[in-house]
Design a protein around this ligand. Structure first.
Ligand SMILES: C[S@@+](CC[C@H](N)C(=O)[O-])C[C@H]1O[C@@H](n2cnc3c(N)ncnc32)[C@H](O)[C@@H]1O
Length: 277
């Protein structure tokens, strides 16, 4: 196999079969019962150099695997199954190594790297991504979230954008706006902490969706959000009106399910390793 890309020679860090290069590991992989087929793909690099890229075809992960860590389970269209980045992270890196995802989206790779004890780093052109990822790299405990929610005052007078009433019941919209004002104030004063970042992550992820686990009436998830006009059409077609949703209760419920697999470290911390930029 000539002209191999350099990472194919990386020694395998953790794997199911004997020690060897990454290429040997893929070639010998039979974990799901099939033998790997070897072939070659022609690839043009930098517009000139023609490479024969070794190509390995097999089932290297499967949707039949047991569910991944609960911390991944936020609503997001177009994400990897966590087992996909895990496959590569386990074989190409060691604990403590840096794993970087420049297109992190909801953060599947970054989070999985942190869960595997790697130093995770990532970025994304969409600011939604950092909000969804940073809150989960330093998760608070359930008790910390419950206590913060209990002390949050979301029922005072607040101006709301009337057009958003196509998505939300008026009382729910007031609570969302009050929470937003609280988070912006904490950010502006430099006091936004890991509990606030968690609450912001859950709240942003619960803004819009298709079940009663979201603040909105039936609609698309946050990273595919529809316009106000688009939502009017959805409401008319489905003959629906936004019903009252309890913002704090939804945040607490989603927090409990996200933290279901998290184990407390001595001292009560749930910290994962990670860096955001
Ligand atoms: C399909 S998502 C990645 C999902 C991720 N692999 C996961 O499983 O969570 C692709 C991401 O790339 C980001 N993106 C696209 N072009 C980019 C660019 N030029 N620089 C940084 N991020 C970019 C998008 O904003 C989007 O979040």
């Amino acid at each position: 196999m000539s002209n191999q890309l350099s990472f194919f020679d990386t020694p395998v860090a953790q794997h199911h079969v004997g020690a060897g290069s990454f290429a040997e590991e893929l070639a010998e992989f039979t974990y799901y019962g099939k033998r790997t087929e070897l072939s070659s793909t022609k690839a043009v690099i930098d517009g000139a150099k023609l490479l024969d890229v070794p190509t390995f075809t097999n089932e290297f992960w499967t949707s039949r695997q047991r569910a991944a860590h609960s911390m991944h389970e936020i609503s997001y269209r177009a994400c990897f199954k966590p087992q996909l980045p895990r496959f590569f992270i386990e074989r190409l890196t060691h604990p403590g190594d840096r794993v970087y995802d420049p297109f992190m989206g909801r953060g599947t790779t970054v989070l999985e790297a942190a869960l595997l004890g790697r130093r995770a780093a990532g970025c994304d052109v969409n600011p939604l991504s950092a909000v969804l990822v940073s809150g989960r790299l330093q998760p608070p405990t359930m008790a910390q979230v419950e206590s913060r929610l209990k002390n949050l005052e979301l029922s005072g007078r607040i101006d709301v954008r009337e057009d958003l009433l196509v998505f939300y019941h008026p009382e729910t919209l007031k609570e969302i706006c009050a929470l937003r004002a609280y988070l912006l104030k904490r950010e502006a004063s430099g006091t936004l902490d890991s509990i606030d970042r968690w609450i912001r992550m859950v709240a942003v992820n619960r803004l819009t969706g298709h079940s009663t686990g979201f603040f909105s009436v039936y609609t698309l998830p946050p990273n595919q959000a529809v316009s106000v006009d688009g939502q009017r059409k959805i409401n008319a077609k489905r003959q629906q009106v936004p019903s009252r949703r309890d913002v704090k209760r939804i945040i607490a419920k989603k927090t409990a399910s996200l933290l279901a697999d998290a184990t407390l470290r001595p001292g009560g911390s749930l910290s994962l390793m990670g860096t955001m930029r």
